[in-house]
Design a protein around this ligand. Structure first.
Ligand SMILES: [Mg+2]
Length: 315
């Protein structure tokens, strides 16, 4: 490589600098020295994106930069945490300054928006792969978990799950070709530039009994939450928010099984459900029951949900 790893990081990521009180030492030494707020728990998350697996080959590098951080911020959001620091491991087939600059602006703009300092990194040569770790904090013992739901709790979701998968289908020319281009662009942006629900996660700390972010599809991630909590879930399909530009029939498979939404799926004891209804952009979509598994309630009839997640690249 013509550039050393720290030169690369320094040159393209200066905007996410670490000149702040919670960073004693940032990029440039063998490790970063960080200060967690006294009395808080550290929240640590990690996610890797591989070209051709997690995003199509030839994707816009600005979107890749945004998504590589967004998926990690979404995991911090699902814990109710405050994101603070990020580490980035870049595996690149070659050093292309224009690609790196666009990648860095996508990563950096989102980092600045959420107050995240890039405090370390590593570069290697190989197939395009982005490994990101984000560290954050949450009041000791208060972090949200998947395991706290109880029978009778109300089930909520943020945003309109399924839009990212519909957008990816459009990007891959695997559907929605009859939609007007402007409406396809809206859906495609939901895949390319997901907005992690960090503020909502923090607002849920005193309200939610369990929380998970939707990365693998609503039904699949609901099954994980229900299993972790030792409960069953009843999902009211007719209550799901309809996708922009799609009718209920076209929305259904994306809403139930689409992935990559990075919305929050969470449960709330009935006594606190009214407080959650006052939060912006959340919809009540069912409730937890005794038992196990996910049941769909649709047109007054119930059926067991298939757990298959959405396969991005399946023909
Ligand atoms: Mg997650």
């Amino acid at each position: 490589m013509p550039l050393g790893e720290f030169q690369l990081i320094d040159r393209f990521f200066r905007a996410c600098g670490a000149d702040r009180d919670d960073v004693r030492l940032g990029v440039g030494d063998d490790g970063a020295l960080l200060r967690t707020p006294p009395g808080d728990d550290l929240v640590a998350v990690s996610d890797t994106l591989v070209e051709g697996v997690h995003f199509p080959q030839g994707s816009d590098p600005r979107s890749i930069g945004h998504r590589s951080l967004a998926v990690n911020l979404s995991d911090i959001a699902a814990m109710g945490g405050v994101p603070r620091w990020a580490l980035l491991s870049l595996t690149l087939p070659s050093v292309d300054p224009a690609w790196l600059s666009a990648f860095a602006s996508g990563f950096g703009d989102l980092a600045i928006e959420h107050g995240v300092a890039l405090v370390g990194g590593d570069t290697t040569r190989g197939p395009l792969t982005l490994g990101v770790q984000v560290l954050g904090s949450v009041a000791a013992g208060k972090g949200l978990r998947r395991s706290g739901a109880r029978p009778g709790d109300a089930l909520f979701v943020s945003g309109r799950p399924g839009e990212a998968a519909a957008g990816l289908a459009s990007l891959m020319a695997r559907g929605l070709a009859d939609l007007p281009a402007a409406e396809r662009r809206v859906l495609e942006a939901r895949f390319l530039y997901p907005q992690p629900r960090v503020a909502l996660g923090q607002a849920l700390l005193p309200l939610a009994s369990a929380c998970i972010d939707i990365s693998d599809g609503l039904v699949g991630d609901l099954a994980k939450l229900a299993a972790a909590s030792g409960c069953a879930a009843l999902l009211e399909v007719d209550a799901l928010p309809r996708l922009s530009a799609l009718d209920a029939v076209a929305s259904r498979p994306y809403a139930l099984h689409g992935g990559d939404d990075y919305e929050l799926l969470f449960t709330v004891p009935q006594a606190r459900a009214a407080a959650v209804m006052a939060l912006p952009d959340v919809t009540r979509i069912g409730e937890m029951r005794a038992g196990s598994g996910v049941t769909l309630l649709e047109g007054g009839r119930t059926s067991a949900a298939a757990h298959a997640g959405f396969d991005h690249f399946a023909g």
